[in-house]
Ligand binder design. Structure first.
Ligand code: HEM
Length: 483
């Protein structure tokens, strides 16, 4: 028997065949938030023939990510996702099932554990120290620093060393090739494919050359990964650091890890893709937003700097090390990171989810295989949840008893930048270790000014459209060295 309200949730009226496709506006999370003011926290639309549910409130987040997590824990099988993940051999894009469960367990245990993250500490510190040198040089000649570029380079290089055991020198042939590959991968992932929404006219993708392009990018990446794996298998290879991710995965392949599958080269390649793409982009984007917010809010900048500069362990040191951060805790810096993630939310709609079966949510019937966007940005900016949500106030996490205990794992369903539940981000430890170290050093060693009489109000917060909320224009600042 159907429950009383068992029907689709409300939503904007669409057209035959294309549904609401023509109405979408970027940035998507802001557009969805506007729609939710008209249709309520849960609304429904059709993108072509694909049913789509958008949730915009803390209460709906709790239902989707906790109470009914087992129903909302799959991922849509989108064309580019499938191709670039080696037909879902990865973790992030694989549909829910035994393979995903086992693979996630293996990676959490062997690649992303606190112990493993700690083992990569020398790489992080070395890269930060190189970045400090570059900024210091610019500071001594009063040159403007493109901080976005610095941060993106540092993050990418750190992850390459952790994952592939490789350091691509800036401007080298290898680095140019690698950046080109990344750019192509990201463009292919965010490209629109008719196959995903109106399968009947999927042939248009073929005619437009999109399928060939996807194949080309896949093959280039496959060759890139294969070359790295071959290098790691070479018995004459001289190892300079601890095991990198490829070493660890090759060892697991030898040992025959995983209960529902035997790790092979394609699994390894799919996981490498996840490690790079799930981390480099998200970590750098979050740090750029945190620095942007601090530069626009000098009082918060001053407080964050004072907290770090008061550390007695730093006397005689050239830079902040991870042990200093561990010892001090740095509550204000952590509040800055939380506040940046609340306001700018790197993945505002998480990664798309898909329902496993038909279910009832808030009295509405939701069909199986509905694509679900959980708008965590909307929750983080909801005036019913957060006082003055448009103000950057790290203090909100320190003054309020309840918010003080709020971590980034989303237990309260008010701050969920890493998602929650089964599909929640398994890389939080790695992300926080990197962000704390980099930001602590930028704040400890330098004061930051705006170039050419620019005012703090002139620093824009425009977003570049895509799954990740990148800052559209680079953050350009002038550094003054303090020590
Ligand atoms: C600031 C940095 C990061 C942010 C904001 C972030 C955020 C997220 C979010 C929102 C999701 C989707 C969660 C969901 O659907 O509920 C996710 C998934 C994931 N993240 Fe992260 N992440 C970050 C860094 C990392 C790092 C460093 C790694 C390490 C490799 C990582 C690996 C993954 C993986 C593998 C998934 C897929 C999980 C699954 O589908 O089971 N992330 N992340």
């Amino acid at each position: 028997e159907r429950p009383l309200k068992a029907r689709n949730p409300p939503g904007p009226r669409g057209l035959p065949i294309i549904g609401n496709l023509h109405q979408l506006k970027q940035p998507l999370h802001e557009y969805f938030w506007q729609l939710s003011k008209k249709y309520g926290p849960l609304f429904y639309m059709k993108l072509g023939s694909r049913p789509v549910l958008v949730a915009n409130s803390s209460r709906m987040a709790q239902e989707i990510l906790k109470t009914q997590d087992l129903i909302f824990c799959s991922r849509p099988k989108l064309l580019a996702f499938k191709k670039l993940s080696y037909e879902f051999f990865d973790i992030a894009l694989a549909p829910y099932g035994e393979y995903w469960r086992d693979m996630r367990k293996v990676c959490v245990l062997h690649l992303l554990s606190a112990k493993r993250v700690h083992s990569f500490r020398p790489i992080r510190e070395d890269e930060v120290s190189r970045m400090i040198q570059k900024i210091s040089q610019k500071a001594s000649s009063f040159e403007t620093v493109n901080l976005s570029e610095m941060i993106v380079f540092l993050t990418s290089t750190t992850i390459c060393r952790v994952a592939f055991g490789k350091r691509y020198e800036q401007g080298s042939g290898e680095s140019v090739r690698f950046n080109h590959l990344i750019h192509e991968f990201q463009a292919a992932l965010s490209c629109f494919y008719w196959t995903d929404y109106i399968p009947l006219i999927g042939w248009v993708d073929k005619i437009m050359g999109k399928i060939d392009n996807l194949d080309k990018i896949f093959n280039e990446w496959d060759m890139f990964y294969q070359q790295l794996i071959d290098e790691h298998l070479d018995p004459n290879r001289t190892k300079t650091t601890d095991d990198d991710v490829i070493d660890i995965l090759l060892q697991l392949r030898e040992e025959g890890s995983g209960s529902s599958f035997r790790l092979n080269v394609n699994h390894i390649k799919a996981i490498l893709g996840n490690v790079y793409f799930a981390s480099a982009d998200t970590i750098s984007t979050t740090m750029v937003w945190a620095m942007t917010a601090l530069i626009k809010n000098p009082k918060a900048m001053k407080k964050a700097q004072e907290e770090i500069r008061a550390l007695t362990t730093l006397r005689e040191k050239q830079m902040v090390e991870e042990e200093d951060i561990e010892a001090a805790g740095l509550p204000y810096l952590n509040a800055v990171i939380k506040e940046a993630l609340r306001m700018y939310t790197t993945l505002p709609l998480l990664l798309p989810r898909e329902t496993m079966t038909t279910c009832t949510l808030d009295g509405f019937e939701i069909p199986a295989k509905t694509l679900v966007y959980m708008n965590v940005w909307a929750v983080g900016n909801d005036p019913l949840v957060w006082e003055n949500p448009k103000d950057f106030m790290p203090e909100r996490f320190l003054d309020d008893e309840r918010k003080l205990s709020m971590d980034l794992k989303g237990h309260d369903f008010e701050l969920m930048p890493f998602g929650v539940g089964r599909r929640g981000c398994p890389g939080i430890t790695m992300a926080l270790a990197t962000m704390q170290l980099v930001l602590a050093n930028l704040l400890y060693l330098f004061d930051w000014d705006l170039p050419n009489g620019m005012k703090k109000e002139d620093v824009d917060t425009e977003i570049f459209p895509g799954m990740t909320s990148h800052k559209k224009n680079p953050l350009c600042v002038v550094a003054r060295k303090m020590y």
